[in-house]
Ligand binder design. Structure first.
Ligand SMILES: NC(=O)c1ccc[n+]([C@@H]2O[C@H](COP(=O)([O-])OP(=O)(O)OC[C@H]3O[C@@H](n4cnc5c(N)ncnc54)[C@H](OP(=O)(O)O)[C@@H]3O)[C@@H](O)[C@H]2O)c1
Length: 304
């Protein structure tokens, strides 16, 4: 008998109350051979039955205590300062979470030889020549992207065993917190609200559970380095919205197209973006669902 099969893997999810973090928590809590610890910024977890600690990633001592007490084999960092516009104003806070927080995780992970799986973004690129491969030269055009790129660089310069999964436009059936883009579109159109959607931002939107699948495959294939994780199709946000309306049989006349410039947002957005996923497909068998399959899964799970 292999002794390995008797040992549970100790997995720590940081940012467990976030959109991705809650799906990771649901996924790993259903695995027999996992000893799970979750941590996020709020007082309470959405999953009271699962081990949870409140953590402020910008506090080095708290990060040290969390990691050295639980002694994980794997740390998944799904926490981040994610408000793209507000990060232009709350720069110190964004840097504290997206850069120093990652530095503290890397420091204490390497001291116990834990692997770090960190989530990054296509916002490290300028959106002039997407979609992007893993080795394309980053050139962030906003503070959020700059902080996320610096977080990546912290890991690259550390002694720790890390994987960076870059992703874009997450959507899916996270049950708690703010609604994702698909749920927002479905709710708005159901309520007969007119919505204006940008037609000049191109991505390959990522179903959250496909990203969860990728995190799991990183462990399965013992990968290191950088992998792009996205959906199977590149399309504008406007076209994505039409696909939502088609699938859920909602009134497409309520959807109008606008440009990003018309929105006049605080932070600039990469326009021609998206992430080429060939490396993840070929090296670890990553296989995203089709867009319509993801809508079907959401319809069943969220009763949309
Ligand atoms: N959503 C997307 O479309 C998208 C696209 C590309 C990449 N990503 C990346 O994917 C990852 C997950 O994104 P998400 O959409 O799931 O983010 P999210 O829903 O905003 O969740 C982030 C989590 O981090 C927690 N957090 C924030 N500050 C913290 C701190 N100081 N200490 C500890 N925890 C803290 C948040 O808690 P609070 O809620 O209390 O702040 C929240 O639970 C991030 O790395 C993000 O950059 C996301």
């Amino acid at each position: 008998m292999q002794t390995d099969s008797l040992i549970k893997k100790r997995i720590l999810i940081i940012g467990s109350n976030g959109m991705l973090g809650q799906r990771l928590t649901e996924f790993y809590s259903s695995k027999n051979k996992v000893e799970l610890m979750t941590a996020s910024a709020e007082d309470d977890s959405f999953f009271p039955e699962i081990n949870y600690e409140k953590i402020n990633l910008t506090d080095k001592k708290q990060v040290k205590k969390l990691i050295s007490n639980f002694y994980p084999d794997v740390i998944i960092n799904a926490a981040a300062y994610t408000n793209v516009d507000k990060s232009e104003i709350e720069k110190e806070l964004a840097w504290g979470i997206n850069v120093y927080g990652v530095e503290y995780i890397a420091k204490y992970a390497s001291s116990i030889d834990a692997k770090v799986i960190h989530i990054s973004t296509d916002y490290i690129f300028d959106g002039k020549s997407g979609p992007y491969e893993e080795n394309h030269r980053p050139n962030p055009i906003g503070y959020y992207g700059r902080s996320k790129l610096a977080g990546e660089n912290v890991l690259k310069c550390s002694n720790c065993n890390y994987v960076i999964l870059r992703t874009n436009v997450l959507y899916g059936p996270a049950k708690f917190g703010r609604p994702d883009f698909v749920k927002w579109v479905v709710n708005s159109l159901n309520e007969k609200q007119n919505i204006k959607i940008v037609a000049d931002q191109i991505n390959n939107p990522t179903y959250i559970d496909d990203l969860v699948q990728a995190v799991s495959k990183v462990g399965e294939y013992n990968k290191t380095g950088i992998y792009n994780i996205g959906g199977p199709e590149f399309l504008s946000r406007y076209d994505f919205t039409l696909r939502i309306a088609d699938f859920f049989e909602l009134d497409k006349n309520l959807i109008s197209r606008i440009t990003t410039a018309e929105l006049n947002q605080t932070a600039k957005r990469p326009l021609n973006s998206g992430l080429i996923i060939l490396k993840a497909e070929s090296e670890m068998g990553y296989k995203p669902h089709s867009i319509e399959d993801t809508f079907l899964l959401m319809k069943k799970e969220l009763k949309l």
